[in-house]
Design a protein around this ligand. Structure first.
Ligand code: HEM
Length: 156
């Protein structure tokens, strides 16, 4: 049956749009606005906004991972992981693994505490660092999205 493949692909792309789109909004809109004085207490505001997005991103990463592995199995695509030409498959799993680690392990265990402590000492420097980290992750995610769409549709 092909409907399950189409539905899994739609779910995969929807989850990626919500998750990476949210990261773009935080990186390019919310963090720069906070850096430029949009709130009296940028650290508290960032925590409130990120907190709201964090549980949504958890659901999206979970759905993207489940649908991604389903697609891999359904397309008999496991051998791709042995071929460098399918670097975009590795990139998808790498981006997914990094975000999964940050959202489900690092944030609850230590990242949140580290952020609070560092922001209390140096709010402006911490915001700059957070912006830089978001830029790196967003760039990797966007390169992956482009690579995956090109790769899944026959390559260049
Ligand atoms: C566990 C992680 C993931 C796995 C196993 C996975 C697997 C897959 C598979 C098998 C496909 C179909 C490829 C084909 O049709 O030949 C696909 C498509 C795609 N994936 Fe992933 N993926 C994962 C995570 C991600 C992430 C994190 C992103 C974005 C950063 C992403 C973006 C895409 C995009 C844009 C497509 C192309 C959809 C299309 O144009 O048809 N995936 N993925």
């Amino acid at each position: 049956m092909l409907a399950d493949l189409a539905l899994a692909r739609a779910l995969h792309v929807l989850a990626v749009v919500h998750w990476i789109g949210g990261v773009a909004m935080v990186t390019w809109v919310i963090l720069p606005a906070l850096r430029d004085g949009a709130a009296d207490d940028p650290t508290a505001m960032f925590e409130r906004i990120e907190g709201r997005f964090s549980w949504q991103a958890k659901i999206s990463t979970l759905l993207a991972g489940l649908s991604g592995f389903y697609l891999t199995d359904r397309l008999f695509a496991w051998e791709r992981f042995a071929e460098p030409a399918f670097w975009w498959m590795h990139a998808m799993v790498a981006v997914w693994a990094i975000f999964t680690f940050v959202l489900f392990v690092a944030e609850p265990l230590f990242l949140h505490r580290w952020f609070r402590a560092r922001a209390a000492r140096d709010p402006a420097g911490t915001l700059k660092l957070v912006i830089r980290m978001h830029r790196v992750l967003l760039t990797a995610s966007l390169v992956t999205v482009a690579g995956a769409v090109i790769g899944a549709h026959g390559g260049l």
